[in-house]
Design a protein around this ligand. Sequence first.
Ligand code: ADP
Length: 459
Amino acid sequence: MTKPRTRSIRFRLTASYTGVLAMTFALIGVGVWIALEHSIQQTADRELYTRLTEVRRYIDSFSADDLLHLEEEFKEESLLSQSVANIRVSGAQGQWLFRTPSTDRWPSRASDPAKLSMRGSNVTIRVGHELIRVLTAPVKLGVVEIGLSIDGFEEVKRGFLWSLALGSPLLLVLAWLGGYWLSGRALKPVDEISQAASNISVQDLSARLPAANVGDELDRLSRVLNDMLARLESAFHRITEFTADASHELRTPVAVIQTTAELMQARPRTVEEHLKAWGNVTKETERTSHLIADLLTLARADSANLEFEMRPIDLSTIAQAAVDEMRVMAEAKQLELVLDTPKRCPMQGDADALHRVLCILLDNAIKFSLGSAEIRVLLTHPAILKVSDQGAGIAPEDLPLIFERFYRVSKDRSRKTGGAGLGLSIARFIVERHGGKIEVASELGRGSTFTVAFRVSNT
Ligand code: ADP
């Protein structure tokens, strides 16, 4: 497998903004260059037009005869001193009427006066090393060409080019260094976060990522990750606790079965002793198999694998069936089981799961009640179910905890009564999956009332 080519974000950030800066420099350079060129031409052309006006005015002042002596006239004219340095005049037939020596090296240009507009036309020519802007325009005799050296301006252009060529790389190096430093500073928290995150392991989920509390994006990221870690920590904690509790609960019945079997084998036993031992083994096996079923239910609930079959049901019928089923157990303890339900109590739900809720509540009420007390199941419309007993009751400090997994108020008593502390957490899970709520009100020594309220839709 080839390792993907990686470049740090710091490097990529610096490279991209240095690249953007280089592009900006290039654009500015080209822009300034074009503007400079344009402005040089404009300045030269303005000057050339001024000179053209003077030359025209001068030539216009001659008569036809004077024109034959144009050369001498020109030489004498001091007003045209600037223009004469770079000027040549040709007649209508193309013959030279006048030209200064400097124009000898100018390329010959066939210019028909009839084709030239009054403003003439401008070109830039190179003579040797010198750049000359030449204006060609019609005059009274034929065509005049006036030149103006623009070498001085070229100096400015060359200076600009040099400063751009030397300055830009320097600025780009500075920008690279500055950008590298800035992005390093900006990304430092990311390094700290990844360093801290790499130190977090399953053995220590309590560690948290650093947050500067400045409210920026990285701060928000740290907080979101910390919240996630907190959730993971509590989930992980719950799983380890659950596993430890489950193993503990399973160890007890297995130990009882093993001890019973060993005692039976130690020496010859009577039939009665054997029957008693088998009775114990059966009881513990039943207990274990219930426990395993409960554990399975909760494990499925955690992995969202527990499917409920929601269909129209009658809660009255379910309550009636559960009470009938538990009546034998209640009567064995001389407890009176009273059922008070409307004729029908329709709702959407899973009949088996709701039956289980009622059995858990009734089982607890029977387990924690003492002789000749009453257990009442009251169902009111639309779907509020109450199971009340006159039993042991629950202390206020235990009330918020009894729905937790494996929570038992008194471990000794529960061991005798057979519960592992899973019933109410299963009941709460089923009720909540039905969109309902389960609550308890209790007074120590006077009894408890569990209330289950379902939300009933009219559909
Ligand atoms: P268990 O299987 O041990 O009954 P539960 O989750 O059903 O587990 O109940 C948890 C604990 O809540 C019980 O061990 C008991 O201490 C307390 N409890 C539940 N129902 C009652 C009740 N009706 N009267 C008194 N205590 C109760």
